[in-house]
Design a binder for this molecule. Structure first.
Ligand code: MN
Length: 231
């Protein structure tokens, strides 16, 4: 096969402890999936999960032990951090039940759902899509994937984010409104999941702005931490 210009390279994420990499298909994100974060965004109560996507090439892939760099994006005065557990899908399917979901998980990683909050808020106000606030270039820093067999119980792991060494976000995965299994059930009813899909599962409370020069360190207990500097 030949192309009229070279095709884009495959986007991939390193896998802990092995040379083979995880090739990325799609990036799904869950909105408002921790109660305290829903409240700080002005919402209450358990609503059905809802989803948005980021382009695959918006990832900032950070290799183990490295510090990633994210350029401060255009058009915004209010770039927010959202620390999230990312689920990597290893086996696709549609209408996957929560009980079966674990068979479809390849592993987990730490990710940041970086958000141009001012633009997202403007789109919300106007009832328009969130793409400009959520799906911009370099909006998805992610660290190495830990295969599922090498993690402890992720559903009770602590999740946290420090900016320049100071705590900004701290919670536990057990506080997800829709847990990983339920998220996979809902998501696979709407789209056919495929090997290579990533799911950003939502952020706990404490989202706030970062500026050029800030260094972010995100952690989920049992996974490789994610370190990113804003340049
Ligand atoms: Mn998010």
């Amino acid at each position: 096969m030949s192309f009229v210009f070279p095709p884009s390279p495959v986007v991939s994420v390193p896998v802990l402890g092995q040379p083979e990499r995880f090739p990325v298909h799609r990036i799904y994100c869950v909105g408002r999936n921790y109660e305290e974060h829903a409240k700080e965004m002005g919402f209450t109560g358990r609503e059905p999960p809802f989803f948005f996507l980021k382009p695959t090439d918006s990832l900032v892939v950070v290799e183990a032990g490295q510090t990633g760099t994210m350029p401060y994006p255009s058009l915004t005065q209010n770039l927010h951090h959202e620390i999230e557990l990312v689920v990597a899908i290893g086996k696709g399917g549609r209408n996957i039940s929560a009980a079966d979901s674990i068979q479809h998980i390849y592993g987990y990683a730490v990710g940041l759902d970086m958000t141009r909050r001012d633009l997202q808020n403007e789109m919300k106000k106007q009832g328009r899509p969130w793409c400009i606030g959520k799906a911009f270039d370099h909006s998805g820093p992610i660290g190495p994937i830990t295969p599922i067999g090498q993690t402890n119980d992720i559903n009770n792991a602590e999740i946290s984010l420090q900016v320049n060494g100071a705590d900004r976000q701290r919670s536990t995965i057990s506080k997800l409104i829709w847990n990983v299994a339920e998220t996979i059930e809902h998501l696979s009813a709407a789209w056919e999941l495929q090997a290579g899909d990533l799911i950003y599962t939502g952020t706990p409370e404490g989202v706030a702005a970062v500026v050029k020069g800030d260094v972010l360190v995100g952690s989920v207990a049992g996974l490789t931490p994610l370190k990113v500097s804003i340049v």
